[in-house]
Design a binder for this molecule. Structure first.
Ligand code: SAH
Ligand code: SF4
Ligand code: F3S
Length: 471
């Protein structure tokens, strides 16, 4: 049994990263059995779950969306904020009931939460019905752990592994839009953030492997790929070869997939060359998620973000000037320890300046083991909630303002599936990542079509398919 230790995380840097082939164990032991997989957290976890689906499929399982029908339950957890924890433990209550009726049910808990020592310990002491506890560094071993599962709890979580696996049998959620990991982990250690501890140090994939995967996705007919990493702009900094994100973006664009996206960008690593490449290639989408976190230089320093308010604004304006029609979204945390009214007003000032297309906003949540969690905080939660509300009103105002600019325009929309707004409606995304509900596009899933925007709302657009007349 290996229990993770957050303190170890800081002293792992000398460890050599190994590049290995995925094991892709195949067996028909669980033929006709079903799995229920629940994913929490960010795109990284969503894509890890595509790997988990591949592993479960290789063991003979098929998927069910009904918990009660399942023979194995896998929870892929997130640790970014406290409410993520609460959701997982709430759900485990339901699983516990089911396990009473179904003694053979295999219960697995993995993901970022289990990388925390306290969570692994809690699962051990209070949730003995959980059969397998695995972490973010050994997803590749899940097949073996399941084949070996018995009625004892197995905790297999590593804190300092740095291996990069290639050739996983993913079961991708979409046939049109694919996630492509370009790196794992994060070296930034923002003082509030648990990710560098749960995901380990930055490990970039070799550029040849990424290119090979993208070429294969193109062959399979994918219309869109999203290059995935906690800090994509730092891609390659840990490799001897000297590649950077600009090189990777160029090489990927030249493969000719119609749409290339990337998340997440860190302002500190964003270079002018990267901006020029985004502007140069038509198939690199004019959409950038550029987390601000705070508009106060004072708070940014305490957060360890490595840029000032002015530097963020300079980068933001440079991107806006050089990339035509670019849409920029952001992440903002309110209520970092001791954030003053003045600090918060500076955040509002940056928001008013940038007029973001959209933003994810959060109240700061102390995470065990992070430097910020040790700061004594004097700000009342009521004040934090009020700040979040004021911020959200501003963010929504600007989202609507941007959406209104689309009225009557013709946009290229990649149709991804049926809309929640009605049986005859489809939905998809513009190049700038605006969600559009589209009339008259029933047979267009997986295609990029011209759509005329007919109505605008805060969080989506309505439109109708433009019928091309051949003459
Ligand atoms: N790698 C990305 C985002 C990672 S997590 C980046 O650097 O931007 C996604 C978002 O969650 C962060 O951008 C931040 O806004 C938020 N977040 C991270 N830790 C948090 C915490 N302890 N409390 C509240 N929000 C947090
Ligand atoms: Fe967390 Fe900062 Fe890394 Fe993003 S860059 S994952 S916020 S430590
Ligand atoms: Fe959550 Fe882990 Fe992502 S903590 S936000 S699932 S990297």
């Amino acid at each position: 049994m290996h229990l993770p230790n957050l303190k170890e995380a800081k002293i792992r840097s000398n460890k050599e990263v190994k590049y290995l082939e995925a094991s892709n164990i195949k067996s028909d032991k669980f033929k006709n059995k079903r799995y229920f997989l629940k994913t929490y957290g960010c795109q990284m976890n969503v894509h890890d779950s595509e790997e988990i689906k591949g592993i479960l499929g290789n063991l003979g399982f098929s998927e069910t969306n009904t918990l009660e029908e399942s023979d194995i339950v896998v929870l892929n957890t997130c640790a970014i904020r406290e409410n993520a924890h609460d959701k997982v433990f709430g759900f485990l209550g339901r699983v516990k009931h089911l396990k009473r009726e179904k003694k053979d049910l295999i219960v697995c808990v993995g993901g970022c939460m289990t990388q925390q020592e306290s969570v692994a310990t809690l699962l051990k002491e209070k949730y003995p019905f959980v059969n397998i506890v695995f972490g973010t560094h050994n997803i590749n071993d899940l097949g073996k752990l399941i084949l070996d599962a018995n009625n004892k709890q197995e905790i297999e979580v590593y804190s300092i592994e740095g291996n990069v696996y290639e050739g996983m049998d993913y079961v991708r959620d979409s046939k049109y839009s694919a996630w492509v990991n370009i790196m794992y982990g994060c070296d930034k250690f923002c003082t509030y953030c648990i990710v560098p501890y749960t995901r380990g140090k930055q490990r970039s994939r070799k550029i040849e492997e990424i290119i090979r995967e993208v070429k294969e996705l193109k062959k399979q007919g994918y219309q869109e790929i999203t290059l995935l990493g906690q800090n994509v702009n730092a891609y390659g900094k840990d490799l001897k070869e000297g590649y950077d994100f600009a090189t990777l973006l160029t090489k990927t664009a030249e493969i000719g997939i119609p749409r290339i996206r990337f998340v997440t960008s860190h302002p500190w690593d964003f270079t002018d060359e990267m901006i020029d490449i985004i502007a140069k290639y038509d198939n690199v989408m004019p959409y950038i998620h550029l987390p601000l976190q705070s508009g106060s230089t004072n708070i940014l320093r305490l957060m360890g973000r490595r840029y000032t308010k002015e530097e963020y604004l300079t980068l933001y304006n440079k991107i806006k000037e050089r990339v035509p029609n670019v849409s920029i979204t952001t992440d903002i945390i309110v209520g970092f320890p001791n954030e003053s009214e003045e600090d918060f007003n500076e955040t509002l000032e940056v928001v008013n300046n940038c007029k973001f297309d959209g933003a994810f906003t959060f109240i700061y949540s102390p995470r065990e083991g992070t430097p910020a969690s040790k700061i004594k905080d004097s700000v009342d939660i009521k004040i934090k909630e009020k700040r979040l509300q004021i911020l959200n009103e501003k963010i929504n105002e600007y989202s609507l303002m941007h959406n209104k600019e689309y009225l009557d325009k013709i946009e290229k929309v990649l149709i991804i599936g049926h809309s929640e707004k009605g049986l005859n409606k489809m939905c998809g995304y513009t190049e700038t990542m605006k969600l559009v509900n589209v009339d008259g596009a029933i047979d267009d899933i997986g295609k990029i079509i011209d759509v005329k925007i007919t109505a605008t709302k805060s969080f989506s657009l309505d439109g109708e398919k433009v019928i091309k007349v051949n003459n």
